[in-house]
Ligand binder design. Structure first.
Ligand code: DON
Length: 316
């Protein structure tokens, strides 16, 4: 008989053990420096949080310190855009892993300005365009922030204006992507509005605890765990998780699935949010990145947590 019963893991003991094991390796990897404001981050930071579907919070290290969530925000903008446009969203963005860097422009030329998936930059810029429709950038940015505050039940979540300015000042590749898509007639709002929304949602600052709370609906069949309120349908939560699994780590998505076995989304600020369906949402932060632009220590930490908890979407 296959043994499927699992004892409830001692999550605090696991986090403490993983933290103790990895603490000497703090600072490994390379901090993103193409956005000057991100280059200023102390590479020694290391935090982890697990929030279970029954609302228990477990933490280690810098779990309460806000950091730039960067591309992790793309999960939440996708959720909002799906809410507004439903499945027609997929006429504008694909659902396939790109197999190339998050800011690559090459595929766009071959594929007529339709980005491979909503988590590469071109795809997330398209998602921003979809949320922008008929609204000012200020309204849209406010809506994204309110959505995150609601999900995390925390009004302290805000945008780091210095990071947003830094992104805008150096975002030449993103401007190129947006203009390229505009040339294919694939954006409906003005390029500057769309980029403004994109740069600002990437510059949202959140802690590991806030991120894990915000992502918990994806582990809980689309419902907010604490209030029981529906955020998205069960089916939509599964599908967003599927996209995180296949596309959440850019060119490193296969490797992350192999080692961690959970849907997850990374950001160049060094954060990763992951989802253990039916059990918990997890968030880790360590600013040093691996060669694919994903948190080096954060990926190792999630692999160790997944091994110790037995959590995986691929089997008991
Ligand atoms: O567009 C950029 O380059 C950043 N605002 C976001 C990139 C990012 O987080 C990619 N992640 N790994």
């Amino acid at each position: 008989m296959i043994e499927t019963e699992q004892r409830t893991p001692d999550l605090q003991a696991i986090l403490d053990e993983v933290y103790a094991a990895l603490e000497p390796r703090r600072g490994e990897g390379k901090v993103a420096d193409y956005i000057p404001q991100l280059a200023r981050i102390n590479p020694q930071h290391f935090g982890m949080a697990i929030v279970t579907v029954d609302g228990a919070v477990y933490t280690a290290g810098d779990a309460e310190l806000p950091f730039s969530i960067q591309s992790i925000s793309k999960v939440f903008t996708l959720t909002l855009a799906l809410g507004k446009h439903g499945e027609t969203l997929w006429n504008r963005v694909g659902r396939e892993p790109s197999g190339s860097a998050f800011n690559s422009i090459v595929q766009l030329e071959h594929e007529g300005g339709k980005p491979r998936n909503p988590f590469i930059n071109a795809g997330a810029i398209t998602v921003s365009d979809l949320i922008c429709a008929g609204h000012s950038p200020r309204e849209v940015i406010g809506e994204i922030l309110r959505f995150l505050r609601y999900l995390a039940d925390d009004d302290d979540i805000s945008i780091d204006p210095a990071v947003a300015r830094s992104e805008a000042a150096t975002g030449f590749r993103n401007a190129a992507l947006a203009n390229f898509m505009r040339a294919f007639d694939k954006l409906s709002s003005p390029v500057d509005n769309v980029l403004g929304v994109y740069f600002h949602h990437c510059a949202i600052a959140m802690s590991c605890v806030q991120l894990a709370k915000a992502g918990l609906f994806l582990a809980n069949g689309g419902k907010q765990a604490l209030t029981g309120r529906t955020v998205v349908s069960r089916e939509r939560a599964r599908r967003i998780n599927a996209l995180m699994l296949t596309c959440g780590h850019y060119d490193g998505s296969g490797d992350f699935a192999y080692h961690v076995g959970l849907p997850g989304k990374s950001g160049v600020g060094g954060g990763i949010m992951a989802v253990a369906p039916g059990r918990a949402a997890l968030a880790v932060w360590s600013p040093g990145l691996n060669q694919n632009g994903n948190s080096l220590l954060g990926s190792v930490a999630l692999e160790m947590i997944a091994q110790r908890t037995g959590w995986s979407v691929f089997g008991p």
